[in-house]
Design a protein around this ligand. Structure first.
Ligand code: SF4
Length: 215
């Protein structure tokens, strides 16, 4: 499909996903950019449900700011998050993030891609999650496993590398729609276009999907 065909195809997908998932929300619970940043780092290779279960009480009771975590120290932090996968390395990343937030950013979570990705364990995907959910930036694409899989099946992307996928999608989806497109296609991937057995019969995109009913 040429660029103009892809733009039309993606525009139809954006429209239908918006109608299907109007109130899409982040699956991680948070009350501040700080909480979402930390939970996003902890959620790598772990379920959002587990991270919410462990972190929600901790944010309320003791970890309201980066200084709280630094004051408590790595040993206590590690102990408190030990039911989360890879807690040891994640605890190190979180402490390093808290140090950087306090020392370089006045205790605040940065609101731009460059500063966010300078933090330990924060890649473009996590940074985009923060920018979209906390700072209202619409021109971000969250390249996670769901977006990759569903976009490929829908014929929107050719590449496998996250940065190339980000660029491909940014070329065909208007800047204002990019964040919500990411959230909604992710939701579609979780609910319908699952990795092993996509439910094409129930899919609102099955008449325009090149991979419909192929699995
Ligand atoms: S038609 Fe099937 S493969 Fe295509 S997006 Fe829908 S669920 Fe996924």
């Amino acid at each position: 499909m040429n660029k103009s065909g892809l733009k039309k195809h993606s525009s139809e997908i954006v429209k239908r996903l918006e109608a299907e998932y109007p109130d899409v929300k982040c699956h991680l619970d948070f009350n501040s950019p700080f909480e979402l940043l930390i939970s996003t780092v902890l959620a790598a290779q772990c379920t959002d449900i587990r991270v919410n279960m462990v972190m929600s009480p901790l944010y309320k009771s003791k970890y309201r700011s980066p200084s709280d975590i630094l004051k408590d120290g790595i040993d206590n932090y590690r102990e408190n998050i030990k039911s989360i996968n890879f807690f040891n390395n994640k605890a190190k990343s979180v402490l390093s993030i808290c140090e950087a937030l306090v020392n370089k950013f006045g205790g605040k979570v940065p609101d731009n891609m460059e500063d966010l990705t300078s933090l330990s364990g924060v890649g473009r995907k996590s940074a985009s999650v923060i920018l979209g959910n906390c700072y209202g930036k619409n021109d971000v694409i969250i390249v996670d496993t769901h977006l990759k899989r569903v976009s490929a099946r829908l014929g929107l992307i050719e590449y496998e590398e996250p940065e190339k996928i980000e660029n491909e999608l940014k070329e065909i989806i208007p800047a204002d729609d990019q964040f919500y497109f990411s959230m909604r296609i992710g939701e579609h991937g979780r609910q319908i276009c699952k990795a092993k057995k996509p439910d094409c019969g129930k899919c609102i995109l099955n008449d325009i999907c090149p991979d419909a009913f192929k699995f």
